[in-house]
Design a protein around this ligand. Sequence first.
Ligand SMILES: [Zn+2]
Length: 308
Amino acid sequence: MLQRPPSAQLAAVDYPALDMQAEDNDPVPKFHPLFDSSEADVVLGSHDGVLFRVHSYTLKTTSGWFKSMFSLPQKEEEDKKPDAATFQVTLYLDEDSAVLESLFRCICGLPIPLLDSYDIIEPFLYAAEKYDMPGPLSIIRALIMTPPMLEDPLRLFVMACRYGWVDIAQLAATKTLTLNIFDASLRTTLKKLTTPSLLNLIDLHRARRDLLKQRLNEAPFVSDGPSSCSHCGSPVDYHTWRELKHAMIMEMDVRPLGDTICEVNLADWPQARSCWEAKCSTCSRVLYDRKETLIAIRNSIDGLQLSQ
Ligand SMILES: [Zn+2]
């Protein structure tokens, strides 16, 4: 029963309950209440058996796919107009009734449905893309930056990449910086990306870690080489700073945004506490200026790029 135009010719399909008054056991045709106007000249069936009466003019002007389909020879069906008692289903579609209702609401100027989860939006977008419907696609593009969608930035990034929404993809990529994209739990979502998009995302995450690592080895931070106490001149070793640097880089690996590397959190890091307590073994002067070091760390993280 399913047809996949535009390669297939538009052909009426007899609905099994066409003679619905003849047999008590016949299934009753189930029209969607919002799409049951007898004036509409096309009857479309969903995968789960719900029927939608829609005007062919609406379909042709809002869908490239239906425009192509209706441009094919129509044969004798041209003269047929469905009415409440007698009708033929023009076409059964692959989508279920929830997806078709959302699509038809959008193209028919009805209130748009609640599109507040990826599980709802993804099949809707897939169908809008399949039927070449720019209107519904643009509605999703406008809605996609709302809080429920932003709560899953990786899925948003995948969607934005798929549909070529460059600005949204960049913003979503920035928001993924709170995630460890190498965590196994995200692999299924990452597999939906094309290789270039996946590599771009990995580059963004890695670049922040690598650049911070580089900056922490530069002034104003102490160097790794042989050093002496600025007060008494005795040789000092900065191993406590090296350990803190390593801990910060590890943190950037799992959360490249770097927002967890802050004064409040560092107070609980043993590597940080060792740093702040480190003193010259000769004159007991503290080795690191805690306040200035924290400011320099924050400035280094704030200076990292947030998108590509
Ligand atoms: Zn000293």
